[in-house]
Design a protein around this ligand. Sequence first.
Ligand code: OAD
Length: 232
Amino acid sequence: MAHPSIVILTGAGISAESGLGTFRDEGGLWAQHRIEDVATPEGFARNPQLVVDFYNTRRAQAHEAVPNAGHAALARLQAEHKGEVLLVTQNVDSLHEKAGSRDVVHMHGALNSALCGACDHRWEAPLKMKVGEACPRCDKPTARPDIVWFGEMPYYMDRIEMALARADIFAAIGTSGNVYPAAGFVQMAAHVGARTVEMNLDPSETVALFEETRPGKASVTVPEWVGDILAE
Ligand code: OAD
């Protein structure tokens, strides 16, 4: 195939070697914090300060982090591959953008964005958000981190599903396959006959659904895979 359409899904594992903690690995974020406290709308309603502080800490860490060879390889693929490359990430950091990727689909939101809980307006989040900040559009004190919490609908699903429906290659990188709908993308891609490949340190929950697995660190496996695709 001359110019295959590629859909890539990344997760916390691709940013691990940039020093950002994953969620479910030993000592990961969900071992230190309760999901229902910091990553649900109900948790935010109960204790907004705790939630805003949690994301302020993560925003500060992400701000300092630099992309690794895995992010750089995906930016290279986007720049050099002649077919479509849709880069979907579950990550809320901006390391793909810092590595030079454009048009990154942040399906779980982004730390550098603030969202109005009343009118859905979005604006650039300050490094340190405060509880009860006013929305610049409707002026209500309803600013929140622009993060998709458990129980909320991920962003850009139409665009992602359309790309998966015409994908020739689907790659999942650094994601444990625990969180849907992202964990179901491999089935959608396989259903239309796409080649599927997993690049992860440990086998994910959905490893059996992939045609090919390339175990290892993203900083090694992703540049190798990108080299192979560009050489095809
Ligand atoms: P997880 O923490 O669940 O999984 C990270 C995966 O990355 C694991 O399977 C590791 O084996 C792998 N990994 C770790 N280091 C790696 C490395 N250097 N190279 C390659 N792989 C490595 O993170 P996600 O799957 O991204 O959602 O989690 C999905 C969602 O769950 C997140 O977006 C977040 C979380 O709850 C929300 O907050 C809504």
